[in-house]
Ligand binder design. Structure first.
Ligand SMILES: *Cc1c(COP(=O)(O)O)cnc(C)c1O
Length: 325
């Protein structure tokens, strides 16, 4: 297992939840490293260790133009002196955006592919062709979501357990895309932790994906439990005025910036559940901040349009300083 990172488990005082005795904490996976952080580090650590152990010189993976995974892979591969190739959905001009230009600066080679080709990213025949084209590379799936990544994410639950020994009886709340992080958490839960998974995709195959990831990992052992909630708020990456207002309010009250795609929707849904009285009145809930802050840098125009110049200035200050100055 990779070495554990001491996790910051921060107490959250959010006005919307003050009427209850619910104890909210946030596991700051986003603080592991300023930009290459969050769940992608947990996923990629064992993948890169395995690549090194098997003498791979290059890793190849897939992602969109603002992908947290591609960004983290580029930075982590550079750190571990292994070269990386990103197959990016879209046009070569995306290479200028902050995510991809930083990936390139870290040494990642970018190859742009169209949507039709990108759709084949899990097709065995396509992968076989790619392997012939790049004979010495280790190919890892979109989002880094391989079996090793699931083992890496099991460590998140253990790190949280270590960080909160005297209040361990907690619901862990996590946002889910491919489902690998949720599956890893489910496999790493200690006896007194429960798992709530918040889907940020409009995709009803997520549950079967998570279960398949868990099955493969557990090899027939007793299935861990989790509850799944639909928290896409209009669809994947749908970003609107109410969501931005929630994010700005959260930043104001807690001093923590949430990411625009995943953690913000999970937190918004949990707050709605608290307000609807869906938890025990003294429940302890650990919200997992899964990172993704680098993704904000492509969103200046949208933030300014929806929230004004001041909203962008506050977000930008946070990105520069890691907190509200
Ligand atoms: C990728 C990502 C997720 C989703 O992780 P999955 O393992 O794909 O479910 C959640 N939060 C952030 C910030 C991410 O970058």
């Amino acid at each position: 297992m990779p070495t554990t990172t001491p996790l910051n488990l921060q107490k959250i005082n959010y006005v919307g939840s003050k009427n209850s005795n619910i104890c909210l904490r946030m596991a700051r996976l986003n603080q592991i490293n300023k930009f290459a952080s969050g769940n992608k580090i947990y996923k990629l650590r064992p993948i890169i260790a395995n690549a090194k152990a098997n003498n791979y010189k290059q890793i190849l993976s897939f992602g969109g133009a603002f992908s947290n995974h591609i960004h983290a892979l580029a930075l982590l591969a550079q750190k571990h002196q292994i070269s990386s190739i990103g197959l990016i959905r879209g046009e070569p001009e995306y290479a200028q955006n902050p995510t991809l230009s930083e990936a390139q600066t870290a040494g990642m080679r970018l190859v742009f592919i169209n949507r039709t080709e990108y759709k084949r990213r899990n097709d065995p025949q396509y992968l076989q062709n790619l392997q012939q084209q790049y004979p010495d590379v280790l190919i890892i799936p979109e989002g880094g979501s391989s079996q090793l990544a699931i083992q890496g994410c099991a460590q998140i639950a253990r790190d949280i357990d270590l960080a909160c020994l005297n209040h361990a009886n907690s619901i862990l709340a996590v946002a889910s895309g491919t489902g690998a992080t949720a599956a890893g958490l489910a496999c790493g839960l200690s006896g007194n932790q429960q798992l709530n998974v918040y889907s940020v995709l409009k995709d009803d195959t997520l549950k079967s994906r998570i279960d398949a990831f868990i099955n493969a990992e557990q090899l027939g052992m007793k299935k861990p439990n989790y509850s799944l909630y639909q928290a896409d708020f209009g669809g994947y990456a749908k970003f609107d005025k109410p969501l931005l207002a929630f994010i700005m309010n959260w930043l104001e009250q807690t001093g923590i910036l949430l990411d625009p795609i995943h953690t913000s929707k999970m937190c918004r849904y949990v707050i709605q559940q608290i307000e609807a009285g869906e938890f025990l009145s003294d429940q302890s809930i650990t919200l997992i901040h899964s990172g993704g802050l680098q993704g904000w840098r492509g969103m200046q125009q949208r933030v300014e349009t929806l929230g004004g110049l001041n909203a962008w200035k506050r977000i930008d200050d946070y990105l520069e300083n890691g907190s509200i100055p």
